[in-house]
Design a protein around this ligand. Structure first.
Ligand code: NAP
Length: 286
């Protein structure tokens, strides 16, 4: 498995997104554990999660607890695995997603994530989504305090625009290590953030890289160029999508979601795909 850098941590060039294993239509826990173990077997050392990946209001942190159990039962050394979680989003239980970026709430959320993950310090803590009711500076100030206190080892942000990336970098005193934004063949408007991360040497983690849980299966039919290149390489359109992102910049680390061992194994294999400049330009336009 090739590696890339998040702050001072060397991680697999592609991570596992945990969301499909904990929100609506999630599988039985045994299949989720097998999926996480298959990711580790494939050399994946980055797992993305959030306290908000759950369904009912009484099961906040479902995905974090699941990942902690999967790591504990793996049966081999997992100390090099970076678990990246997030705070600032909530699910009240009616299917909606709400936000709370207040410093007091973020501190409380981080403490709860620490307990669920069973660690002294969270490897990478990401502010999930700007809260329009709280100044961005205040939310990021809370993340800085958690960093200063050693509750989190590294700090990231998510769903941020270029101004917010610069603001966060300044408030964190140059210690911003990652930006996680939506990016896929269907959603390319995060190119400016990707470019800025490339310039600043900050990891860029595309979320819903395959178009999201509901649309991932249609990738090859919706985006013909991806199907064509897949045919040329004897690969799948999903693998070509991940390889296309990886080719954009060494700071890119896609985090495809999976709820089956087969899909995360196929995604891990995409890291080794080589695209020609001609193929990349067809995918850029396709
Ligand atoms: N920061 C944010 O605001 C935010 C928002 C959304 C998501 N995220 C993060 O980003 C991660 C990825 O996004 P996502 O899960 O929404 O969508 P996604 O990665 O675009 O798509 C996930 C779906 O793709 C399928 N899949 C995965 N690898 C495949 C492969 N190689 N071939 C064919 N199908 C494949 C999976 O199917 P199976 O389920 O059958 O395995 C899964 O249901 C999430 O899990 C979460 O960690 C973050």
């Amino acid at each position: 498995m090739q590696t890339r850098q998040i702050g001072d941590a060397k991680v697999s060039a592609l991570g596992l997104g945990g969301m499909p294993m904990s929100i609506e239509s999630r599988p039985e826990e045994s299949r989720s554990i097998a999926t996480i173990h298959a990711a580790l077997d494939s050399g994946i050392t980055l797992i993305d999660t959030a306290d908000a990946y759950h369904i009912g209001a009484d099961e906040v942190g479902h995905n974090e607890s699941l990942i902690a159990r999967a790591l504990a039962s793996y049966g081999a050394d997992t100390s090099k695995v970076l678990v990246a979680t997030k705070g600032g989003h909530l699910r009240p239980g009616d299917g909606s997603w709400t936000r709370n970026g207040s410093p007091d709430y973020l501190r409380q959320a981080c403490e709860a994530s620490l307990r669920r993950l069973g660690v002294d310090a969270i490897g990478l803590y990401q502010f999930h989504r700007p809260d329009p009711n709280v100044p961005y500076e205040d939310s990021i100030g809370a993340i800085r305090d958690l960093l200063d206190e050693g509750k989190i080892r590294m700090a990231g942000i998510s769903n941020a625009d270029p101004d917010q990336i610069r603001t966060a970098q300044q408030i964190l005193g140059g210690r911003l290590v990652s930006v996680q934004n939506q990016f896929s063949p269907a959603y390319r408007t995060s190119e400016p953030e990707l470019q800025l991360c490339d310039e600043l040497g900050i990891a860029f983690l595309p979320w819903s890289p395959l178009g999201g849980i509901k649309n991932a299966a249609d990738l090859g039919t919706t985006y013909q160029a991806f199907a064509e290149v897949a045919h040329e390489l004897d690969a799948t359109p999903h693998q070509v999508t991940l390889a296309w992102m990886l080719a954009k910049s060494p700071v890119v680390i896609p985090i495809p979601g999976s709820s089956r061992p087969e899909t995360i194994r196929a995604s891990a294999a995409a890291v080794g795909l080589q695209l020609t400049p001609d193929q990349i330009s067809r995918l850029d336009q396709g």
